[in-house]
Every structure is written in C-alpha cells, then in structure tokens.
Design a binder for this molecule. Structure first.
Ligand code: SF4
Ligand code: SF4
Length: 211
C-alpha cells in the first residue's frame, strides 16, 4: 500500500518540472472523471453550458448505476481536447481536479480524505512539494469537505441503485442526479459550495435518503 498523505505533507512528485510532452493528457480513455465542481469551473470559465460541452469536451460513463461525466479524448489524436499544440493544458487555471492531482491519487477512508503518490510515466524532474501548494486550490478545506460529501453521497446512491429492482426508476434517479449536479448551472459569481450544499439537501430529500 502506498503511503497515505495529507494536504500538509511533502510529496516527491515526479512531474514537478513539467516538460510539456503532453503524455499525461493522451490515451486516457474515460478515466479523467469530472465532479460537479470541475464542471462548474469549466462552464463558468468557458461560458458554455453542460449540454453544449457534452460529446465535444465531455463524455458520459456508467459507474455503479450512476451516469457520470469524464473528459473526452479526441477521436483522431487520442488526446484531451484541451491539450494545446505546445503540449500544455489550454485550461490550466481551471483544469479539473484529477488533472491538478496528477501524479497524486486520492484515497477516501473512514470519512477522511488522503493522498498518495502514483506510479507515473512522467519524464519531468522529481522534487518535493507540499501537497496543498501542488493542488493550487484557494479554499482547500472547503474543497476537501465537498469531495468527501460528494464521495459519500455517490456511494450511498450507488448502493441503492445496485440493489434496486425497478430499472426504470433507477434510470430516472441516475438522470435526475446528472441533471441536478451537472446540468443545472451555478450562475457566474455565485458560490459553488453554497449551491452544492443546497442541492445535496434537495437530492437527499427527493430520493428519500437520511439527512
Ligand atoms: S507527463 Fe509530465 S512532463 Fe509530460 S506534460 Fe504531463 S506533467 Fe508535463
Ligand atoms: S484538462 Fe488539461 S491537464 Fe487535464 S487532461 Fe486535458 S489538457 Fe491535460
């Protein structure tokens, strides 16, 4: 098991001197999953709604009965559509959480969130970096609280969906969650976390989950 780290720890991260080869942004299939915060940042910064991003920048996959979004790879180049010709990310300032993490991974355990260093093929130089600095997220405690809530909510709903007998109701539930958390925009300038807390409360009530 890799060592579990917190955001206050130092990690020897292999791509700390990015050479812009773009290798971490190619051939990723549907593995760069997007959470509601990622999609909110993409929509607000690109000025484009979720529906317009679908099938151009974003694809959908099924995970435990839920329908969830991921970054699409270009059919011809097999690279992320946001990878610039210089081998660098064209949306670096508002890149998704998975991209911020690389080459770190996240681990959820007993209601807490941790990090670990993954094996990576990145040719960049190795140096030690404090994880919270690496992530470059303004209000990290609030962001981590969001990640934990979203993770626990998904697991809870997935458990319900996987044991459900009514397929039509399960599909409706999956689409309801996709629409509420991804398809419903958070207006520019509005606080994502406040809107997210309201949506979680509404979803729990609508789906009959314990608050
Ligand atoms: S693999 Fe490493 S060096 Fe290449 S683009 Fe990604 S982070 Fe940069
Ligand atoms: S969003 Fe940027 S960092 Fe993430 S895979 Fe695409 S090009 Fe790479």
């Amino acid at each position: 098991m890799p060592t579990r780290l917190t955001s206050h720890d130092l990690a020897r991260i292999s791509c700390s001197a990015c050479e812009g080869c773009g290798e971490c942004c190619r051939g990723m299939d549907d593995t760069i999953h997007l959470d509601p915060y990622d999609v909110c940042l993409l929509s607000q910064n690109l000025g484009t709604g979720f529906g317009e991003l679908l099938n151009k920048r974003i694809g959908l996959h099924v995970d435990g009965g839920l329908v969830l979004p991921h970054l699409l790879m270009d059919k011809e180049t097999d690279a992320c559509s946001f990878l610039g010709p210089d081998g660098r990310c064209s949306i670096h300032a508002f890149r998704p959480g998975f991209c911020r993490l690389y080459p770190l991974g996240r681990v959820y355990e007993n209601g807490t969130l941790g990090y670990f260093v993954t094996d990576s093929v990145c040719p960049g130089g190795r140096s030690k970096v404090r994880i919270h600095k690496w992530l470059e997220i303004a209000d990290l405690p609030r962001y981590e609280a969001f990640l934990l809530t979203w993770h626990d909510f998904r697991k809870e709903v997935q458990k319900e969906l996987l044991s459900a007998q009514d397929m039509e109701l399960s599909q409706k539930t999956a689409l309801y969650i996709l629409d509420l958390f991804y398809g419903t925009p958070t207006a520019p300038g509005r606080d994502f976390h406040t809107a997210f807390a309201r949506r979680i409360k509404k979803a729990r009530k609508d789906l009959g989950l314990s608050i």
